[in-house]
Design a protein around this ligand. Structure first.
Ligand code: SAM
Length: 537
């Protein structure tokens, strides 16, 4: 067998169209509805915002539309594409149960298609030192690992974090699940290793350092003096060491000393070799607390004592929203605190495309990160996500990590909604025909075309968008040769124009080519969605 190892599933060559809260549908990858860059309508503001793409953003709607807007619509792409430090997602686990607030029983291949489409966009958002953390349980974890190997490259897999989500055993089942898994991938593992933050050393960890010999350099812990004798070992790592009490030691079978004999002599002279209180034990090397790195390297095992458990998360939501049935599957703030601490710094951008009750955004905000979060369910946004984040900003959320993060309120966010599709697609045997949707007025049409074609919106009497030296003129009607002349006369030196019109007269294209080389006319909406094979971006 040759070639790459890949995961295949039913319909993996098709695209998945989200029908909002009603579910998903497989369609052709050419279908305009799975390629449309949706507009984001502002429905509200909370706290202090500047009113542009650089604010914290709560987006109501499907994560695919939110991610596509961040990656492709130029005003957002300028802020987010290649600039996001951390993406944490806690998608529906596909456990086959229906929670009160959302449905978690997607068909297996639909789940994989749903995740693939979003992970591909997430990869576009991440910065070169960014990472993505995907929270799952056993239902899909193994499949998602293989999928992510394909999307991010197997060498960029960092670890599977094992989070102890419950402390009580479930005696009704065969094997009681005590953990969730969090898959961690980077854009470049080497780069990430140098940028990620160590965990703060705890008092218990410090207490492991002692000073039995009253060394003036302070407390120390001891490390093994022998190591597995791998292929890189040297002859100088095999020698006899005699302890102060006269006992002789040689590396145990299959092992060698960590250091060569000359290095051992140096360490001995510097009082860095320890043979036990009475000088009879086999050698160990002293590691001083004052010399170890400022923190500790994170491990894969995250017990609930350190980062909370499911009940703690539920309690946090109950405290925030007394008297209402809490959100079904919130994550504890301490869990997100650790992830955000490791994978980002204050001021960095954190994205969570499956917001739920808004834990990621709430914790990111308290930790002084910028954030974007999207949630499909309007009622979840209304009941939990938005009010929770508003409380964080007002300084009224006193729970979770508020005290440890010394959070007292401040900042703000924009509340956005994915606008309805501007197009209507009629699926017939000859393929897809695309029309302007009834609700699309001229203003929406112009903005939608500008975003779809990747032009940055500009306020100009003739042009609607700019991309390098190219200008975009959207004409929600017929363009004739006279109109073409007017448009071209507004161009600056060295600029060309793309005219997007509902239709044009026969002489319009010829006139445009004549007046401005490199300029052209396209038809709305048909030419906005050329077959995928012709798409270069
Ligand atoms: C497991 S919950 C997330 C819980 C969250 N981490 C918290 O701490 O509250 C998954 C959430 O994803 C939402 N969701 C499901 N499919 C979605 C989609 N396609 N786009 C956006 N959100 C979606 C569900 O409505 C649900 O609120």
């Amino acid at each position: 067998v040759t070639g790459r190892l890949t995961l295949t599933w039913a319909n993996d060559d098709r695209a998945l169209l989200s029908n909002g809260e009603t579910g998903y549908e497989w369609v052709s990858k050419d279908d305009p509805r799975v390629r449309e860059v949706r507009l984001l309508d502002e429905v509200g503001r909370v706290g202090d915002v500047s009113g542009d793409a650089s604010d914290n953003l709560l987006i109501r709607g499907d994560s695919i539309d939110a991610l596509r807007a961040l990656v492709y619509s130029p005003e957002y792409a300028a802020e987010y594409r290649g600039k996001v430090k951390l993406v944490y997602i806690d998608p529906p686990f596909n456990t086959g149960q229906a929670f009160e607030h959302y449905d978690d029983s997607l068909e297996h291949s639909v789940w994989l298609g749903m995740m693939r489409d979003r992970l591909v966009l997430i990869r576009e958002l991440l910065s070169s030192d960014g990472s993505v953390w995907v929270h799952l349980d056993d239902a899909e974890m193994a499949y998602c690992k293989v999928l992510m190997d394909e999307v991010f490259g197997r060498s960029n897999f960092v670890a599977t974090i094992v989070w102890q989500k419950v402390y009580a055993r479930d005696n009704r089942t065969d094997i009681s699940a005590s953990h969730d898994s969090i898959l961690v991938f980077t854009i470049n593992r080497e780069v990430w290793k140098n940028s990620r933050t160590l965990l703060t050393r705890t008092l218990e960890q410090d207490a492991l350092y002692k000073n039995p010999d009253n060394d003036p350099r302070g407390a120390w812990a001891s490390d093994n003096f022998s190591a597995k004798a791998g292929p890189g070992r040297r002859k100088e790592q095999f020698f006899t060491i005699v302890s102060p009490a006269g006992n002789s030691f040689y590396p145990p079978s299959g092992r060698c000393w960590v250091y060569t004999e000359p290095r051992y002599e140096e360490l001995l002279a510097d009082n860095r070799v320890w043979f036990g209180v009475d000088g009879t034990a086999s050698p160990r090397v002293k590691r001083f607390l004052s010399e170890v790195q400022a923190g500790v390297v994170p491990e894969t095992w995250w017990p609930h004592g350190e980062v909370g458990h499911n009940q703690e998360a539920k309690q946090e939501i109950k405290t925030l929203f007394a008297g209402i049935n809490p959100f079904a599957t919130p994550k504890p703030e301490r869990l997100l605190e650790r992830i955000i601490h490791i994978a980002s710094n204050p001021g960095d951008i954190v994205v969570d495309a499956f917001a739920g009750s808004g834990t990621t955004a709430a914790v990111a905000h308290k930790m002084r990160r910028r954030w974007v979060t999207s949630e499909l369910s309007e009622s979840t946004v209304e009941t939990f996500t938005k009010p929770r984040l508003a409380k964080v900003i007002a300084g009224e959320d006193l729970g979770g990590i508020t005290t440890s993060a010394e959070w007292e309120g401040g900042g703000g966010f924009r509340d956005l909604r994915i606008a309805p599709s501007s197009w209507e697609v009629v699926d017939d045997s000859a393929g897809n025909d695309v029309f302007q949707a009834d609700a699309t007025d001229n203003d929406v049409l112009t903005r939608a075309v500008t975003a779809q074609l990747g032009y940055l919106p500009v306020g100009h009497p003739v042009f609607n968008g700019a991309k390098g030296r190219s200008r975009l003129a959207v004409v929600p009607g017929v363009v004739d040769a006279v109109a073409v002349g007017d448009i071209v006369s507004a161009l600056g030196d060295g600029e060309t124009v793309l005219v997007a019109a509902l239709s044009h007269t026969e002489d319009a294209s010829a006139t445009l080519r004549e007046l401005s080389r490199g300029s052209r006319i396209i038809r709305i909406p048909g030419d906005l969605f050329p077959p995928q094979s012709a798409v270069t971006r």
